[in-house]
Design a protein around this ligand. Structure first.
Ligand SMILES: NC(=O)c1ccc[n+]([C@@H]2O[C@H](COP(=O)([O-])OP(=O)(O)OC[C@H]3O[C@@H](n4cnc5c(N)ncnc54)[C@H](OP(=O)(O)O)[C@@H]3O)[C@@H](O)[C@H]2O)c1
Length: 250
């Protein structure tokens, strides 16, 4: 199947690890040109922090400078940690809000009008199943991911008539470095529950109807499809890619 992504100018945030890296590689394999964005930067990565006010215009300008336009934006940068409602500080809440809502909002505010002027485009917001069904692992994550789902729908409604299709993907647990790195969610869950790392991973997998974590590539496949010409009638969706975790018929 030709996804129609050859030569498309794409921005992927959070592109150096996990879901963002898999998405970048998959878009490139389809012939797209990708501006990879992360704070750490590097040879082929544009160094930017999506929580900084001035970085959104800089990211979009870099894409236009390199590739001449912006056809696709993937708002993927995000993070979580194990912290209870009682432990979360005001700074934790604010930081999660900046990362999951203000960052994607500013990038869409910059990129969507350019896409509209060029006749259309695609935006994919990487949200979470925790935004559909709040989890107590990190309530600030669940609440801000719910807000990101709403943000995605607001931009979808505003830009539909301009041919800019905006969708969300809601992954469940994924074997990205966020979970698997030393000190990541697996280790944090283990220490907060007083179990081994393997027991923490097995407990998480046991909550998923498919019985396992997704790979970053499995989530990237859904993201890339939504970025493609093939998803030409999909907008305003919040596509679960969670092994059946969020039980709903809509
Ligand atoms: N893994 C899961 O189980 C899971 C489940 C549901 C949803 N998600 C969502 O999927 C997305 C990707 O998660 P992941 O698991 O792939 O995470 P990850 O493995 O921790 O990778 C995160 C990426 O985001 C970048 N990043 C973090 N903060 C940033 C910032 N302020 N500005 C720019 N880049 C930033 C990181 O690079 P630098 O550190 O260099 O900036 C890295 O490239 C997130 O939105 C997450 O909430 C993940």
């Amino acid at each position: 199947m030709d996804l129609g992504l050859q030569g498309k100018a794409c921005i992927v945030t959070g592109a150096t690890r996990g879901i963002g890296l898999a998405t970048t590689r998959m878009l490139a394999a389809e012939g797209a040109q990708v501006l990879s964005v992360a704070r750490s930067g590097g040879d082929e990565t544009f160094a930017a922090d999506v929580t900084k006010l001035e970085d959104a215009p800089a990211i979009v300008a870099a894409c236009v400078e390199r590739f001449g336009t912006v056809d696709v934006l993937v708002n993927n940068a995000g993070t979580s940690f194990v912290r209870s409602l009682e432990q979360l500080s005001d700074e934790d809440w604010q930081a999660q809000w900046e990362l999951h809502v203000m960052g994607p909002m500013r990038l869409m505010r910059e990129a969507a009008p350019l896409m509209a002027a060029a006749g259309g485009g695609r935006v994919v917001n990487v949200c979470s199943s925790a935004g559909k069904r709040p989890s107590l692992t990190n309530p600030a994550y669940a609440v801000t991911k719910a807000a990101q789902l709403s943000l995605s729908r607001v931009f979808a409604d505003r830009y539909a008539a301009d041919g800019v299709l905006v969708n969300a993907v809601a992954p469940g647990a994924v074997t990205s470095p966020l979970w698997t790195d030393a000190g990541g969610l697996a280790d944090q869950a283990a220490s907060s529950r007083g179990v081994s790392r393997d027991e923490a991973l097995a407990a998480q997998a046991g909550k998923i109807p498919l019985g396992r974590f997704a790979s970053p590539e499995e989530i990237a496949s859904v993201i890339v499809f939504l970025c493609s010409q093939r998803a030409s009638t999909v907008t305003g969706a919040a596509w679960s890619a969670d092994g059946g975790t969020f039980a709903s018929i809509i």
